[in-house]
Ligand binder design. Sequence first.
Ligand code: GDP
Ligand code: IMO
Ligand code: MG
Length: 431
Amino acid sequence: MTTLIAVGAQWGDEGKGKLVDWLAPQAELIVRFHGGNNAGHTLVVDGEQTVLHVVPAGVLNPGTINLIGPGVVVDPDILLEELDALTARGVLKDPSRVRVSGRAHVILEWHRALDKAREEDRRGKAIGTTGRGIGPAYEDKVTRRGIRIADLLDAAALREAIERLVEQKNFELTEYYKWDPVDVETIYARAVEWGRRLEPYVDHTERILDRALRDGKNVLFEGAQGNFLDIDHGTYPYVTSSNCVAGAVCAGAGVGPTKIDRVLGITKAYTTRVGGGPFPTEETGALGEELRKAGAEFGATTGRPRRCGWLDAVMLREAATVNGYTALAMNKLDVLAGLDEVKIATAYRVDGKLTEEFPVTPAEIERAEPVYESHAGWSGDLTACRAYDELPQAARDYIERVEALVEVPVDVISIGPGRDETITRKPPFGG
Ligand code: GDP
Ligand code: IMO
Ligand code: MG
């Protein structure tokens, strides 16, 4: 039995979906433990693309059971849309392959409205959220007034809760933000319908997880977002509203820390970020444009162009410390092919002072000037490589330099979006 956590080491979109789908045949359970449909995980199987926002990325593998744990915030419209699409494609023949925790909180219309109203109110300091209501939904959870998936199954109690919340939310929306109010009847009718349709999927996910572990099955925990979007460890306040680090698995899925074996940190061969906030190695000129084009760097959830820049070893070192990576996966190495020179940030200069630590405040991170190390580039199409020694020497030197800087082995290298466009140096589940 092995438990493996796969989490983003940067600002999200590192290719977690691709790797989870690739690893899924080796696991019995795939478990989402935080975040919501702010995530967009892209899977490419036999040339066909699937983008998942809530359903775990193991679902395309018929042998897997996919859990949405208590730490996730669920927009039932999006979940049902995904379930319908997967069912229509014949991928999901049996509802028992997707299980949703009754403890997961529900994203409602007022969460999306407040998310957008607050972003507008922040003006120049907008976070650039996905507008999916994630922050406001976690707020209600933490202030102990949220509605959970299990509540959708009790129509009478649900009505009372919605009425009370709508009164509060409409006060804030109309009085403070001068926004349109939301309507109790519409929300209530939709919520009852969600309960009816989701009932076959609602389950005690912690029990399922416990049983799988007792039976000695492999379990894969699928992170969303990334270390630097984590509410505690990220570039606050330009972060999401959940913990994205490996440690969040224990609370968000309901599993003890003694049961975790391995943590795979997932990074791109360069860096991207979507939304606002500081980004030390960002390239705003021609190179950034070249990376965006070569890597097709447009958001899977909002379609926004992703900001691009060089790989940042200061960030990866920080993420390795906080997450306890046992290995790294480096994705999108193919995208860097054709550049004469590739660079890695090894330290920053902040107000003239050299530091190897990631700064705390957004102002300091904004002022951080990366200290770069330059490496020879490589050319050619890497997507056909299937073994490490088939990669150009310069690409291997780059990978090995990252290993030395971060002090974590790069066990997996991805050289294309497809399942088979993956090089394994050491299997993440062991063996
Ligand atoms: P996630 O949110 O971490 O799952 O990542 P996204 O799916 O949002 O973004 C990663 C994008 O890169 C997707 O479009 C993937 O299909 C694509 N991708 C993943 N791995 C590779 C790779 O090694 N090379 C290339 N060229 N594309 C990749
Ligand atoms: P995956 O799982 C990249 C970013 C948003 C914004 C900030 C807060 O696909 O890697 P939120 O809507 O969560 O309140 O937005 O976080 N963000 C992501 N960026 N990938 C994601 O998910 C993201 N989820 C949220 O762009 O900057
Ligand atoms: Mg994504």
